[in-house]
Design a protein around this ligand. Structure first.
Ligand SMILES: *[C@@H]1O[C@H](CO)[C@@H](O)[C@H](O)[C@H]1NC(C)=O
Ligand SMILES: *[C@@H]1O[C@H](CO)[C@@H](O)[C@H](O)[C@H]1NC(C)=O
Length: 269
């Protein structure tokens, strides 16, 4: 008997424990971050038994719907997309299908789009809503920051610093660009490691998120200074020399005073 993967998986689902509901599932990220004004595509997929476990009746999906901030998203709950109705908000595009893909696209995101979105699909007589939902956060992109491994902006020669580029959207933006005094550095990635610091590393560091282009952090200034330890040893040597000279002078003075006293004593006798 020839069996395609679909038949096989349906058979596996049918073989699942009675009472449990293994066949109904929605898969999407827990949270999603979008920079205001940009377009976001929220990945989503769903599964359900294609035939009823006991009756064997085929269960085609008849309606799919996406709702903001609602646990069940059923009936006439306000939604951003409903396959059985004319769409209320044309900025929300359903890229999915009625089989397994429920990908949602948000065009030109605005601050008010921030919400927890849930996907629901309905077959004849039954519906299922992905329980957790996708928490969509909308950031203005002004929160890009450079953080440093050291609290002081002044670092000794030979020392090291790790700078990290952070933003509310950093989860989706691993491609970070770094600049020193507005000149691009070859390093990319969320962290910039600087070690064996020299005066050439002094400057203002900024980072930007590639996805949005101009979303650049405020500068973080680094000043590399000469090693103070060197100066300390010089100061110490000078102090020691001064001390020795002073001691010798005191000894000479004491000797002279003693000699004088001796000669005075001799005169008296
Ligand atoms: C779902 O559809 C979107 C848009 O067409 C596509 O990019 C994505 O790869 C699809 N996902 C799956 C799991 O097929
Ligand atoms: C870094 O920025 C500060 C002000 O933010 C400025 O005074 C300083 O000259 C800048 N340093 C360099 C090397 O550009």
């Amino acid at each position: 008997m020839k069996m395609n993967p679909w038949t096989l998986s349906v058979l596996l689902l049918l073989a699942g424990p009675l009472g449990a509901d293994p066949g109904w599932h929605v898969e999407y990220p827990d949270s999603f971050c979008v920079v205001e004004g940009s377009t976001a595509t929220i990945p989503c997929s769903f599964t359900h038994p294609k035939v009823h476990r006991r009756t064997g009746v085929v269960l085609p999906v008849q309606r799919v719907v996406w709702c903001p901030d609602h646990e069940i998203c059923h009936g006439t709950t306000p939604n951003v997309y409903d396959s059985s109705n004319v769409r209320a908000d044309s900025r929300f595009l359903y890229l999915g299908d009625l089989v397994r893909n429920c990908t949602l696209k948000i065009i030109k995101t605005v601050k008010q789009d921030a919400a927890t979105y849930r996907f629901r699909f309905e077959t004849n007589g039954r519906g299922y809503t992905g329980p957790i939902g996708v928490r969509v956060r909308v950031t203005d992109g002004e929160d890009v920051k450079v953080r440093s491994s050291v609290t002081d902006h002044v670092v000794k020669e030979g020392g090291q610093v790790t700078l990290t580029c952070t933003s509310a959207c950093s989860f989706h933006q691993l491609d970070v660009h770094w600049y020193r005094n507005c000149h691009a550095l070859s390093d990319t990635g969320p962290a910039l490691h600087l070690s064996g610091l020299t005066n050439d590393d002094t400057g203002n560091y900024t980072c930007s998120l590639d996805s949005s282009g101009q979303k650049t952090s405020a500068p973080w200034s680094l000043l590399v200074v000469e090693d103070e330890g060197f100066h300390w040893s010089v100061h110490l040597k000078v102090a020691v020399v001064k001390g020795v000279v002073l001691a010798v002078l005191l000894l000479l003075l004491a000797g002279a005073v003693f000699a004088k006293w001796c000669s005075n004593k001799t005169k008296h006798i």
